[in-house]
Design a protein around this ligand. Structure first.
Ligand code: PLP
Length: 392
C-alpha cells in the first residue's frame, strides 16, 4: 500500500545526511567527550562543532549560549524550573492557554506547589493580546513563557513584540520554539528572548536530543545536577551521536530553509485550497496570515477527527487529530477550545503538517482520498443529516 506521512509536527524522519554524520560516533569514535584520550578528543571536537552549528542557525552571539538537553520537554522544564529556582523570591509565571503540555502541565504542577500562574487568553485566530500580557506581569513575575509557533495550528506569535513588553516589565522571557526552529528564520542576536527551547526530532535530527539557548548573563539554576558537563549547567554524559545529528540538522536547515519552506508552503496552500473548494463545512483554524509554512489545522463539521484519521490511515495516509501527545484523548484540543472553535466542528479536527520529503504527488493522493471519506462519514452522521434537514 502507498504510504504518505504528513505528520511532521509530531516527528520527522532522520535526514540521510544527519544519519551519515552520526554513524562513526557509535562504534568507531565512541569516546566520552570529557576523556583526555583520542576517542574523547574526537567526540569533544564534534560536540563543539555541533554547538557552533546550533548557535549559527539561531544567530546566537556565542556557541556557549547553547546547552544540549534530551528533548524539547526537558528544555522547557529546565528553563522554567531553573528560572524559578534562580529567582526564588518571585513565585509567578505568565504563559498562554495554548502552550504545549510541556509548559502547561508543568505550570499546573507548580501551582500545586504554591506558585501562581496566569494563562493568557487567545482570540479566535489564536493570537494573544499584548495589553493583557502587560497587565499580567507583576513585580512577583519571575518569567514569561510563550511559544514561538503553535504545534497544532502553526500560528506564530509576535515574539519580539511580546519580548519588548516582558523586558519593559523586567521579567525573564522563555520561548518554546520547538515547532519554529528549522521552519522559520530565528535571529537571537538582537532578540529580547532570554531562553529558547528546541528539539531535534522536529527537524530531521533523531529523537532524544534538544537544546536550550541561554542568553549570556541570564541566571539559570541547573535542572539536572551533577557537575562539570555542559559547563556545569546540565549533568549527564553527553548523547554524542545525537548531538552531532542535531548540529548537522541545523546546518541543513540553514542551507535549505528559504527554498524548502517556500516549496512546502505552496504544497500546504494547495492542499488547503482544494479541500476548502471540494468539501463543504470546513474551517481552517488559526491566523492564516501568521502561520508556519508547513501546517494546516482543519475542522470538518459533524464528523469525528478520530474516524477521519483511521480511514485516512487505511489509505496509508498518516496525519494527526491535533497534537500527537493528545491522541486517544476524548477531550477536544485545549488549543482549539481556547480559540473558541464551535462545538459542531472541534471534534472533527485534523492537522496536516508537511515536511521536506513530501511531494506534489502525495498532496494529489490526499486530495483524491479525503473528500469521499468525509462524505461517507457524514452520510452516517446524525448531526450532518439533521443540519442539512434544518438548512433545507
Ligand atoms: N513544545 C512544543 C511546541 C512541541 O510541539 C513539542 C513536541 O511536540 C514539545 C515542546 C516537546 O518536545 P519533545 O517531544 O522533544 O519533548
Amino acid at each position: 500500500m502507498r504510504e504518505v506521512y504528513i505528520d511532521n509536527n509530531a516527528t520527522t524522519r532522520v535526514a540521510p545526511e544527519v544519519l551519515e554524520e552520526m554513524l562513526p560516533y557509535f562504534c568507531d569514535l565512541y569516546g566520552n567527550p570529557s576523556s583526555i584520550h583520542r576517542f574523547g578528543g574526537k567526540a569533544g571536537e564534534k560536540v563543539r562543532e555541533a554547538r557552533e552549528r546550533v548557535a549559527d542557525l539561531l544567530q546566537a552571539q556565542q556557541p556557549d549560549e547553547i546547552l544540549f538537553t534530551s528533548c524539547g520537554t526537558e528544555s522547557d522544564n529546565a528553563a522554567i524550573i531553573g528560572t524559578l529556582t534562580s529567582y526564588s523570591e518571585k513565585r509567578h509565571i505568565v504563559t498562554t492557554k495554548t502552550e504545549h503540555p510541556a509548559v502547561l502541565n508543568l505550570c499546573k504542577y507548580l501551582e500545586g506547589k504554591g506558585y501562581e500562574a496566569t494563562y493568557l487568553c487567545v482570540d479566535n485566530k489564536g493570537m494573544i493580546d499584548l495589553d493583557e500580557l502587560r497587565g499580567a506581569i507583576t513585580d512577583a513575575t519571575a518569567l514569561v513563557s510563550i511559544m514561538y509557533a503553535n504545534n497544532e495550528t502553526g500560528v506564530v506569535f509576535p515574539i519580539e513584540d511580546i519580548g519588548q513588553v516582558v523586558k519593559e516589565k523586567g521579567a525573564v522571557f522563555h520561548c518554546d520554539a520547538v515547532q519554529a526552529v528549522g521552519k522559520i528564520p530565528i535571529d537571537l542576536n538582537t532578540s529580547t528572548v532570554d531562553l529558547l527551547s528546541l528539539s531535534g526530532h522536529k527537524f530531521y535530527a533523531p529523537n532524544g536530543v534538544g537544546a536550550l539557548y541561554i542568553r549570556r548573563g541570564v541566571k539559570l539554576f541547573p535542572y539536572i545536577i551533577r557537575g562539570y558537563q555542559e559547563g556545569g549547567r546540565r549533568g549527564g554524559t553527553e548523547n554524542v551521536p545525537s548531538i552531532i545529528g542535531l548540529g548537522k540538522a541545523c546546518t541543513l536547515a540553514k542551507e535549505t530553509m528559504p527554498v524548502e519552506q517556500q516549496r512546502i508552503k505552496v504544497l500546504r496552500d494547495r492542499l488547503e485550497d482544494v479541500i476548502l473548494e471540494r468539501i463543504p463545512g470546513v474551517l481552517v483554524n488559526g491566523d492564516r496570515s501568521r502561520r508556519l509554512p508547513n501546517t494546516t489545522n482543519m475542522s470538518f463539521e459533524a464528523v469525528e477527527g478520530e474516524a477521519i484519521l483511521v480511514m485516512l490511515s487505511e489509505e496509508g495516509i498518516a496525519v494527526s487529530s491535533g497534537s500527537a501527545c493528545s491522541s486517544g484523548d476524548p477531550e477536544p484540543s485545549h488549543v482549539l477550545k481556547a480559540m473558541g472553535v464551535p462545538s459542531t466542528a472541534i471534534y472533527g479536527t485534523i492537522r496536516f503538517s508537511l515536511g521536506r520529503y513530501n511531494t506534489e504527488d502525495e498532496i494529489d493522493y490526499i486530495i483524491e482520498k479525503l473528500p469521499p471519506i468525509i462524505q461517507r462519514l457524514r452520510e452516517i452522521s446524525p448531526d450532518w443529516v439533521e443540519g442539512k434537514r434544518a438548512a433545507g
